[in-house]
Design a binder for this molecule. Structure first.
Ligand SMILES: NC(=O)c1ccc[n+]([C@@H]2O[C@H](COP(=O)([O-])OP(=O)(O)OC[C@H]3O[C@@H](n4cnc5c(N)ncnc54)[C@H](OP(=O)(O)O)[C@@H]3O)[C@@H](O)[C@H]2O)c1
Length: 250
C-alpha cells in the first residue's frame, strides 16, 4: 500500500475502558479526562469541590463524580470500594506541592509536607489494587522543578527524588497492573496561576523565550502523555519527564 492510500483514521486508544481521575475537575486531570473521552473511554472524576466537579462532568460527559479529599485515606478507600465494577485506569492529579522554607516549618508540618504526596500514592495503590483490571494502570503526577538543589526547595526536592523509587517499587507490588509517574515542569494550569499570582504572565513570557520548544507546556500536552501511558502496555515502573526542555536551560 502506498503512503497516499494509508487510511488517515485510526481506532481509539481506550475504547469502552473506564478511567478514574483523582483530581479531575481542573488542570491536568480535567484535560486527561477529556483526552481519554476522545479516545473512547468512560470517565469518573473526583475532586473536593462538588460544583467544580459537576461542571467538569457536564463539559466532558463524565458518567460519575465523587467529591472527597483524596488525602483522607478512609474516604479514598470507600470511593474505590463503592465503584460498581472493575476499572481500567487511574490517573492521580490531586495534591499540591509544599514550597515552605525547610528551617521555618514546625516539625509536625514538616512531617506532613514530606509525606503527604507519597502517602497519597501509596493509599491509591492499596485501595485501587483489587479494583483495577490486571490489564490496567495507575499513573501519578510528580515534578522536575526541584531536581536541582535551590534555597527553599528541600522538602519538595526530597519528595521529588523519592517518588520515582516509590513508583518503580509499586510497579513490582501491583504487577501485572502497570504503575508509572509523569514528572512535569511548568504546566499552565489553575494551580500554576494560583502559585504565581501576578507573576504568571511574566513567567509565561520567560518560558516562551527560553524553553527549547519556544512555547509554554499546557495541560493538554500532559494529557496526551498520560493517555499514551494508559494504552501502551509495555510501560511500567518508569518516570516520564515532560517539561519542554526546561531542565536543560534553567
Ligand atoms: N501545574 C504544574 O506546573 C505542575 C508541575 C508539576 C507537577 N504538577 C502536579 O500535577 C498535579 C496536577 O496539577 P494541576 O496543575 O493540574 O493542578 P490544578 O489545576 O490545581 O488541578 C488539581 C485538581 O485536583 C483536585 N484536587 C486537588 N487537591 C485534591 C485533593 N486533596 N483531593 C481531591 N482532589 C484534589 C482539584 O480540585 P479541588 O481543588 O476541587 O479538589 C483539581 O481538580 C499536582 O499534583 C501538581 O503538583 C503540576
Amino acid at each position: 500500500m502506498s503512503a497516499a492510500t494509508i487510511p488517515a483514521q485510526r481506532e481509539p486508544d481506550l475504547p469502552g475502558q473506564i478511567v478514574v481521575v483523582i483530581g479531575g475537575s481542573a488542570g491536568i486531570g480535567l484535560e486527561t479526562a477529556r483526552r481519554a473521552r476522545a479516545e473512547g473511554a468512560r470517565v469518573i472524576l473526583t475532586g473536593r469541590n462538588r460544583d467544580r466537579l459537576d461542571q467538569a462532568a457536564r463539559e466532558i460527559g463524565a458518567e460519575r463524580i465523587a467529591a472527597f479529599d483524596a488525602n483522607d485515606a478512609t474516604q479514598l478507600e470507600s470511593f474505590f470500594q463503592d465503584l460498581p465494577g472493575l476499572i481500567d485506569h487511574v490517573m492521580v492529579t490531586a495534591g499540591t506541592p509544599h514550597y515552605r522554607s525547610p528551617l521555618e516549618v514546625p516539625p509536625e508540618e514538616a512531617r506532613h509536607d514530606l509525606t503527604e504526596h507519597l502517602l497519597l500514592a501509596l493509599n491509591v495503590a492499596r485501595s485501587a489494587a483489587g479494583r483495577v483490571k490486571p490489564t490496567g494502570s495507575l499513573t501519578f503526577m510528580g515534578g522536575t522543578g526541584a531536581r536541582r538543589p535551590r534555597l527553599g526547595l528541600a522538602i519538595v526536592a526530597s519528595v521529588t527524588v523519592a517518588f520515582p523509587a516509590l513508583i518503580a517499587n509499586l510497579a513490582l507490588e501491583l504487577a501485572p497492573i502497570r504503575v508509572n509517574l509523569i514528572a512535569a515542569g511548568f504546566v499552565d494550569t489553575p494551580l500554576s496561576a494560583s502559585l504565581l499570582g501576578e507573576n504568571l504572565d511574566r513567567r509565561r513570557d520567560e518560558l516562551r523565550e527560553t524553553l527549547p520548544i519556544r512555547r509554554v507546556v499546557g495541560p493538554a500536552d500532559v494529557a496526551t502523555l498520560a493517555v499514551h501511558i494508559m494504552s501502551n502496555t509495555a510501560l511500567t515502573g518508569a518516570t516520564y519527564d515532560i517539561d519542554g526542555g526546561q531542565q536543560l536551560v534553567s
